[in-house]
Design a protein around this ligand. Structure first.
Ligand code: COA
Length: 311
């Protein structure tokens, strides 16, 4: 079996930067409450005319350029989103046309905030078996479309954005070493959109703290490694306290964890690839590093990947 890895990354984080203070005008909340409970200082809301497919397209273009590839080399496009432009057609079909990826199949998947991890794992199966050579995986959300701006429990937590990655074959000592995907539908009522987001924050928090840590430990064990081998952690950016709990389970120092939640809030499926782009640019992720990505979300679902970075 071939090794599958990630190369070529891109993101889209443009829009209106909205501070916590802005919510004080309309909700019984405060900058202090939001910061101390979540680590969020601001979020970005995409411009009105920018939809999920637009953000996906721009992130994908950047990922293709970063991988030095043309769109017609793609065999498959997977977009993970809970805020697609339409019920159908899929976001992946829309960007297939716009990118000119004429040889690519296209599908959207829904695994909420764990969606990027689900997408990369799905892509990796095609790569490992040799069925496909290059898969574009996008996590993109315009959550501002489904936020209830009258609900302080949810309105302050989320933001918009997109991230994209090319998944393809890598050398034997790089790429995915282990993964875990999981679901517990018994917790489905704790966070849903019908049509606006509703959430039982405390229940989601308890689940997330336990599951993020457990998944991190399972990933290193499945890869026949130990937590001391982990070089960098990229957790889903929902709440700094949940992220810190995962970091503490791995006993990693602060500087070895990606943290962008203060700038973007929770961008659901986009949060992990956006964080990867930023930490790669900051030089925090280096060739050969053992990187652990881990996410959780509505479903309830979770997913993680341990991989050696690089080609
Ligand atoms: N401003 C002020 N008060 C707020 C608030 C806000 N924006 N949002 C909620 N509260 C209030 C609640 O109404 C509740 O009040 P009550 O006790 O009178 O009912 C209280 O704060 C809840 O406090 P507490 O339980 O101590 O908050 P918390 O420490 O659990 O933090 C969350 C709340 C939502 C930040 C936290 O539970 C969380 O992050 N959960 C996970 C959410 C998540 O990650 N969702 C995305 C999944 S991908």
């Amino acid at each position: 079996m071939r090794q599958a890895g990630i190369y070529g990354l891109g993101s889209y984080t443009k829009g209106r930067q909205v501070s916590n203070k802005a919510f004080e005008e309309t909700l019984d909340t405060s900058d202090e409450w939001i910061r101390s409970r979540t680590g969020i200082e601001q979020r970005v809301f995409a411009d009105d005319e920018v939809n999920t497919s637009d953000m996906s397209y721009h992130a994908a273009k950047e990922a293709l350029a970063h991988a030095d590839m043309s769109a017609d080399e793609l065999d498959l496009i997977i977009v993970s989103s809970v805020t697609g432009d339409y019920k159908f057609p899929s976001v992946s079909s829309l960007i297939q046309e716009r990118l000119g990826a004429k040889n690519a199949a296209a599908m959207d998947i829904g695994a909420a905030c764990a969606g990027f991890v689900y997408g990369v794992v799905t892509a990796s199966q095609f790569i490992q078996t040799g069925t496909y050579d290059k898969v574009l995986v996008v996590g993109a959300e315009k959550l501002s479309k489904i936020l209830d701006f009258n609900d302080r429990n949810t309105a302050v937590l989320f933001g918009d954005g997109a991230g994209a990655a090319i998944v393809g074959p890598v050398s034997a000592n790089r790429g995915i070493q282990s993964f875990e995907l999981g679901a517990n539908g018994a917790g489905a009522e704790h966070i849903k959109a019908d049509p606006l987001i509703q959430m039982n924050g405390r229940e989601v928090f308890k689940f997330a703290v336990r599951q993020m840590g457990d998944t991190c430990m399972n990933l290193v064990e499945k890869a026949n490694l130990t937590k001391d081998d982990v070089d960098f952690l990229v957790p889903h950016q929902a709440n700094i306290r949940i992220m810190e709990a995962a970091r503490e389970r791995l006993q990693l120092p602060k500087e070895k964890m990606a943290a962008t939640v203060h700038k973007y809030g929770n961008t659901s499926a986009a949060s992990i690839p956006i964080a990867l782009v930023e930490e790669l640019k900051n030089g925090k992720i280096k060739d050969g590093d053992l990187v652990v990505m881990v996410g959780f979300g509505a479903g309830l679902v979770w997913g993680g990947i341990a991989l050696y970075w690089g080609r």
